[in-house]
Design a protein around this ligand. Structure first.
Ligand code: AP5
Length: 221
């Protein structure tokens, strides 16, 4: 399966992507994780990415497409691919189409996790993650066993630089304006299924709906 996972910031894409990869075994590519790793490395490209990310703006398409095209080429496997956070504009979707066409590959589904704005702000301001393994927690909804320490690595949890309320509002505006049209771009394509899952349920229920939807998609492929 080659799947795009979409949804507003804080909808639960990262949380659910890890669970889907455990269940279905496909490769997982998160544009946000790739960009944060580049930022953390302190390269000139990382500093450029930080300017946009810390302001809650989308990184320009030409930079995104170049980075993601390389990542997809090196990552796409027979077990499939889960793209999380890419494409996020219609121009990025067109570039992905061209890359897949050229490689004789195709997309199977677009999965959209929905969530409302107030819940998103609460989730993102309460998000903490492990600086070592990247595991994501929430101060209220997905608490670590020991206060502010990762259950797996036992290191301090950290908050992302773009997880402040002001920046979240900007990220939401970018999603509504630039990313929502990507759903319409794919909808109605004969060989691409579009699946909407209610992300405001408890995490295990969201996972159950996603697994059921993807199992169904697999049988129809
Ligand atoms: P990115 O890293 O992709 O961030 P995002 O899309 O804003 O999504 P998040 O990572 O904030 O949220 P999520 O949906 O993964 O939620 P999570 O599972 O963590 O992008 C960051 C930036 O990079 C962008 O703003 C942009 O600048 C740039 N960028 C990236 N890709 C780009 C592209 N293609 N083009 C241009 N620029 C790009 O969950 C959130 C919290 O809620 C967690 O604490 C979690 O524990 C909790 N939670 C999750 N599910 C539930 C639930 N069901 N109930 C209660 N709590 C829950």
């Amino acid at each position: 399966m080659r799947i795009i996972l979409m949804g507003p910031p804080g909808a639960g894409k990262g949380t659910q992507a890890k669970r889907l990869v455990d269940k279905f075994g496909m490769a997982h590519l998160s544009s946000g994780d790739i960009f944060r790793a580049e930022k953390a490395g302190g390269s000139a490209l990382g500093q450029k990415l930080a300017e946009y990310m810390n302001a809650g703006q989308l990184v320009p398409d030409e930079i995104v497409v170049e980075i993601m095209a390389k990542a997809i080429t090196s990552c796409d496997s027979p077990a499939g691919l889960l793209l999380d956070g890419f494409p996020r504009t219609v121009a990025q979707a067109e570039a992905l189409d061209a890359q897949l066409d050229q490689a004789g590959k195709s997309l199977d589904g677009v999965v959209v996790i929905t969530a409302d704005e107030d819940e998103i702000v609460e989730r993102i301001t309460g998000r903490r993650s492990c600086s070592d393994c990247g595991k994501v927690y929430h101060v209220k909804y997905l608490r670590p066993q020991n206060d502010n320490l990762c259950d797996k690595c036992n290191v301090q949890l950290v908050q992302r630089a773009d997880d402040t309320e002001g920046v979240i509002r900007q990220r939401l505006a970018a999603y509504n304006l630039q990313t929502e049209p990507v759903i319409a771009y794919y909808r109605g394509r004969p060989n691409v299924q579009t699946l909407f899952v209610n992300g405001t349920q408890p995490p295990d229920n969201v996972t159950a709906d996603l697994v059921q939807g993807l199992e169904q998609l697999k049988t129809e492929m």
